[in-house]
Write a protein that binds this ligand. Sequence first.
Ligand code: PMP
Length: 365
Amino acid sequence: MNPLDKIKPRVRELKAYTLSPDRASVKINQNENPWDAPETIKRETLRRIQSRAWSRYPDFVPASLHEKLAAFAGWRADGVVAGNGSNELIQATLMVTVGEGRRVLISEPTFALYRQVATVLGGEVLSVPLDGELKFDVGALREAIEREEPDVTILCSPNNPTGCRVEHDELESLLAATRGIVVIDEAYFEFSGQTVAPLLYAHSNLAVFRTFSKAMGLAALRVGYLLAAPELAREVGKAVLPYNLNAFSQTAAEVAVELYESELKPTVRRILQERERLYENLRRVPGLAPVRSHANFMVVRSAIEPKRVFRELLARDILVRDVSGYPMLKDYFRLSVGTPAENDKLLAALGDIFSEEGKETMNAE
Ligand code: PMP
């Protein structure tokens, strides 16, 4: 008897979602905020946690966090669900919508978890490729919606890993075409200068996911949230485990929202300046072609095989993401925007790697 015969065949076929365990002092492989959470946020969180009974469960519904998130997002508190990272809410949303015979539409390349979870749950994943410029092909998405009538459509905006985003009128056209639920993963919205949250007022089938792991600088603490019509939020809540959010993370998230404008927004602004500087400088490296991004990362087309660039950078203590296994991205790697010093180090290393390659090519000729 092989116990693995009991695993769903579609799950057996899946490759696990993993991350290379490599470490480097310039860590630009996970789109995190390169600056640690400010001391003011850490200290205030510790102060509040210190005076709380650790023997008592956290709130069953973290109402005060929901209220702060609602005010921050311009939405209603009964339409907010906080989770153990937005990953948990992606899973919960798919758990209450997807099973055998249900269809999930995505646009690839994108964050790998959507396909992974929808497949594990027995759903059928339909995929529309990005266009030739690695942007959303809204026409093709609309056609796919009309033809296939997906139960759920998930778009990541700005999209991980390409950085493209869906505009309001484009989303409106998709919402008008579908009878299903539309999920917009806004894990990186703080870097894009826009959000689709205002569309929640007109669309009870829209759900927006956000996270504290990127601009908010709290990836270690695992907090994410969902914004949706209260009726929809209530259904998703049924697939979330009780006390999913521990008291520490809940408190830190509240403090981060309270202090976002003064403590975190300045880091977002600096990241955006650095993103533009990086883009301009990468464009000047012969053999590299960066792709404009609305997030705190970008993909870069490389004349040298991305796996080799990854290794060469790692040898220089810099960790990027090899995305060459993603659809359409055979020649690309992804980097997150770091601090100015980290970005200088990256640019110097890439200049070095690509000038050596240039010499080798010339010698071979
Ligand atoms: N959505 C996207 C698009 C992401 O890139 C990530 C993290 N890589 C997540 C969600 C997960 O975020 P969290 O840490 O909140 O689970």
